[in-house]
Design a binder for this molecule. Structure first.
Ligand SMILES: Cc1cc2nc3c(=O)[nH]c(=O)nc-3n(C[C@H](O)[C@H](O)[C@H](O)COP(=O)(O)OP(=O)(O)OC[C@H]3O[C@@H](n4cnc5c(N)ncnc54)[C@H](O)[C@@H]3O)c2cc1C
Length: 435
């Protein structure tokens, strides 16, 4: 079993430029994932030249080439919560940002003109309990009539129509969502950025920046410890999400990085998998400790993901837990061979809201897609480019919202095993009394 992502079989991350031939740029973007590359594309399309994107690893080697490739993006809170926390107007705009992100992503993905296995066959949310199903029904019923047509409520007795499992108490099928190949997508973003003149440097770690007049002097060091360089930039944008290290102390007091895990099965008969997950739709569920799964773009494998452990686990350990989840969901997969097991970092905020804006020293940042970054990172990267350009109307939705911090916390989420136990209890409790 390989411990690299299945996606890398088709599109393994590549290095960018390895050395700097000049030491100044207009915008310095740290992080060559969806957020950083999407921002770079918008900036370059708006006519900004001399943009540098820098990554400590290879292009897209963070979560952007490791994820499940599911496009859906429901916030982990409702309008009432958003309005209570951020006021009526801002709360509404935040929900609009989540809605807008998927259509923006589809537009941007289609504009790249590359084969990224974009599939809009639909997305299924499985209800873990009858109460969760009632909540899914409520979500659908509250939608305006024109939007409701995209949502199909599947009663418990009909679940087999969309998914051959007995574990759900009903489901909500969104016809307009779907999936893509995450690693091909991040490569296509990088190709597009480079075609627009953006320069991407890899193997360089950002170590902070000092203000110098109206600009910044950023310190970069090679990850193999062979050199350092100082880059002068008019603006700096931090787009590192769950990979933020101690070099970002302000962010680390506010973010909870969490490992998420995935496995891939060997190739299985197409017809067998078509019966389990018809039409190659993607699936997630309503549990606190959720599973997300799908077939590979060619329909021949199951790719199964989830939070297999709330302690740091390696790829061998997490594969054991994920296999058990997968076999519980689809008993007919018992004993199939796993070919890949991998992990990556997602990033949560205490209030479960995506936050983006400026650090106290004026450096831009975007963070915390709360496990749903394929569309949101693409969209907020674009929105942050609008903020850097000072475009009218940029200050709305998640941009510039208050980013809460947890006191006596410095980025080491020691409490995750406790949270995991609590979530496990809540998931069990949700099914008590249900037959
Ligand atoms: C296993 C898994 C499954 C997921 N499934 C889904 C899914 O199905 N659907 C969905 O919507 N989302 C999913 N996500 C989340 C999604 O992948 C992320 O939210 C998204 O990729 C974040 O993109 P990003 O560009 O902000 O960050 P990343 O792609 O993580 O990139 C951050 C980059 O910053 C770089 N970096 C960090 N520090 C420095 C430094 N000091 N100097 C230079 N570079 C630095 C890192 O090397 C990294 O490449 C999943 C994530 C994982 C891990």
């Amino acid at each position: 079993m390989k411990t690299t992502p299945y996606w890398w079989e088709d599109a393994e991350p590549q290095h960018g430029e390895r050395s700097f031939d000049k030491s100044d740029c207009s915008v310095l973007i740290i992080g060559a994932g969806y957020t950083g590359l999407s921002a770079a594309i918008t900036l370059a399309e708006e006519g900004i030249g001399n943009i540098f994107v820098v990554d400590a690893m290879r292009i897209g080697e963070g979560a952007s080439s490791r994820n499940g490739g599911q496009l859906g993006n429901s916030p982990k809170f409702d309008l009432a919560y958003a309005q209570r926390k951020f006021g009526d107007k801002r709360g509404r705009e935040i929900i609009e940002d989540y809605d807008a992100s998927v259509s923006f992503l589809i537009k941007r993905a289609q504009s790249l003109g590359a084969d990224i296995d974009l599939n809009l066959n639909g997305s299924v949310a499985g209800a873990h309990s009858r109460q969760d199903f009632a909540r899914l029904r409520q979500i659908r019923d509250r939608l305006p009539a024109d939007k409701r047509t995209q949502f199909e409520l599947i009663e418990e007795k009909d679940v087999h129509r969309v998914l051959k499992t007995d574990i759900y108490r009903g489901a909500l099928l969104r016809h307009d969502w779907g999936s893509l190949h995450p690693a091909k997508y991040v490569k296509a973003l990088a190709d597009r950025a480079r075609a627009l003149g953006v320069r991407i440097f890899t193997g360089w770690r950002y170590g902070g920046a000092d203000k110098s007049g109206s600009a910044y002097l950023a310190r970069l060091s090679q990850t193999n410890d062979t050199g350092t360089v100082q880059i002068r930039a008019d603006s700096v944008f931090i787009a590192v999400n769950g990979y933020a290290g101690p070099e970002f102390p302000w962010l680390r007091k506010r973010i909870i990085p969490v490992q998420s895990y995935m496995i891939a099965t060997e190739e299985l008969p197409f017809d067998m998998l078509e019966e389990l997950i018809p039409q190659n739709r993607v699936v997630n569920d309503t549990k606190h400790i959720l599973y997300y799964f799908r077939r590979s773009p060619d329909g021949k494998r199951i790719l199964f993901g989830g939070r297999a452990s709330f302690r740091k686990a390696n790829e061998q350990e997490s594969a054991v837990g994920l296999r058990a989840f997968m076999e519980h969901t689809f008993p007919s997969l018992r004993g199939v061979k796993l070919t890949h097991s991998w992990l990556g970092n997602v990033c949560f905020a205490y209030d479960f809201v995506t936050h983006a804006g400026r650090l106290p020293d004026g450096i831009y940042y975007s963070s915390c897609y709360n496990g749903n970054g394929v569309s949101m990172a693409t969209y907020i990267g674009h929105r942050m480019a609008e903020m850097i350009l000072n475009k009218p109307g940029h200050d709305r939705g998640v941009i510039n919202t208050h980013f809460p911090r947890l006191y006596c916390y410095n980025g080491n989420p020691w409490f995750l095993p406790i949270v995991g136990s609590w979530y496990r209890f809540l998931d069990k409790k949700a099914r008590w009394g249900e037959k």
